[in-house]
Design a protein around this ligand. Structure first.
Ligand code: 5AD
Ligand code: FES
Length: 366
């Protein structure tokens, strides 16, 4: 059986059937997969990890995704919105501690007030860091004009997980209304890429109704779309959401974890030089989950630098780790952890991918 995986791993391009076989690999076969992806990371990226200081600046959300703990319909949490000064202080913390960049994340709000506020914050963050701090935005679906405004104000990366690329599955995990349109999700990703953002996407792994074929399709979509960054994590049910009522359909958490590592390994092999995040959700299942992801292919960690007192309210899923820590605690803990994974944190660099630079200059990609 391992012979088959061995043959697949020699190929230039994987078919859907190949990917499914890799996702199903166990024992010796699985070891081969992880060895291959670790080798590719070593060759194309090196043993390095870059930080994106994560500021979850507001949990106010206008949408109602059926899996998400901060969905509008959840009345069971305290809503918060950091002040501009709190956000700028968190950004200064990142700058002073030589994090190459930060990521601003919140629930999804489309309004002129919020657009202008984010534009202003971007300019002030650029000012306070003399243009040195890279900024990733992750604030959901917006019009191309809004994306353009923020790009011009200094954001250069955008994370918008597609969540599921099979439209049928997408519809099962979102309400059936125009506010949760699969088409718009794809259009948004396209406009981000056209504007010039380093564009990141990803999916949740182990969702109810999700098949191995769906997951293989997700990876082929990312390759086809030519993304620059990938953020994938295990789905973890949140008790106050509608999707939690399908918990009996779920794989055990340890299997979801294992499948996520395989997804990361396979995308590293398929897209050798992109940035891949070791998602925090991995650590909700395994105390050294993120380190395991770093070993087999991921190269980005997003330490949480949201002021501690708000963290408890940004619970997308149950058992979210590190919600009691301060930014300093997170950093010390991560340094020790990454050392354990034999990797080195690169401070003071944006950590742009060779992939993005090649894509921009029109060179042939992997
Ligand atoms: N389990 C795992 N990940 C989740 N997200 C939202 N809800 C959950 C959940 N229950 C992820 C989504 C979103 C990202 C910010 O968090 O993929 O894009
Ligand atoms: Fe907020 Fe999905 S629930 S964007």
């Amino acid at each position: 059986m391992a012979g088959n995986v061995n043959e697949i791993l020699k190929k230039e391009n994987f078919t859907k059937a190949d990917i499914i076989e890799l996702l199903l690999s166990r024992g010796e076969e699985k070891t081969l997969l992880f060895k291959k992806s670790a080798g590719i990371k070593e060759e194309y990226i090196g043993n390095k990890v870059w930080f994106r200081g994560l500021i979850e600046f507001s949990n106010v959300c206008g949408k109602d995704c059926l899996y998400c703990g901060i969905r509008k319909g959840n009345r069971n949490l305290v809503r918060y919105d950091l002040s501009d000064n709190e956000i700028l202080e968190a950004a200064s913390f990142a700058y002073k501690n030589r994090y190459g960049s930060i990521a601003l994340q919140s629930g999804e709000i489309e309004s002129t007030v919020s657009t202008n506020r984010i534009e202003n914050l971007l300019k002030r963050i650029k000012d306070l860091s003399k243009g040195e701090l890279g900024v990733t935005l992750s604030v959901g679906e917006q019009t191309p004009e809004v994306y353009m405004k923020w790009y011009e104000a200094g954001a250069h990366r955008y994370l918008l997980r597609v969540e599921a690329t099979n439209e049928e599955l997408y519809k099962k995990i979102h309400p059936d209304n125009p506010k949760h349109s699969f088409r718009r999700r794809l259009d948004c990703l396209k406009s981000l890429q056209d504007i010039g953002y380093q564009t990141g996407t990803g999916v949740m792994i182990g969702l109810p109704f999700q098949s191995y074929e769906d997951l293989a399709g997700d990876l082929l979509f990312m390759k086809e779309f030519n993304i620059d960054m990938c953020g994938m994590g295990p789905y973890i049910e949140h008790a106050d959401t509608p999707l939690a009522s399908h918990s009996e359909k779920l794989l055990p958490l340890t299997d979801r974890f294992d499948l996520t590592l395989k997804m990361i390994a396979i995308i590293r092999i398929m897209m050798k030089d992109i940035n891949i995040v070791a998602a925090t959700a991995l650590q909700a299942i395994d105390p050294v989950g993120r380190e395991k992801a770093i070993k087999i292919g991921a190269n980005i960690i997003m330490p949480n630098i949201t002021p501690g007192r708000y963290r408890d309210s940004y619970k997308l899923y149950n058992n979210k780790p590190c919600t009691d820590d301060s930014a300093e605690d997170c950093q010390n803990c991560l340094e020790a952890r990454i050392g354990l994974a034999d990797a080195e944190i690169i401070y003071g660099e944006w950590g742009d991918t060779a992939h993005y630079q090649k894509r921009r200059s029109g060179l042939k990609l992997f």
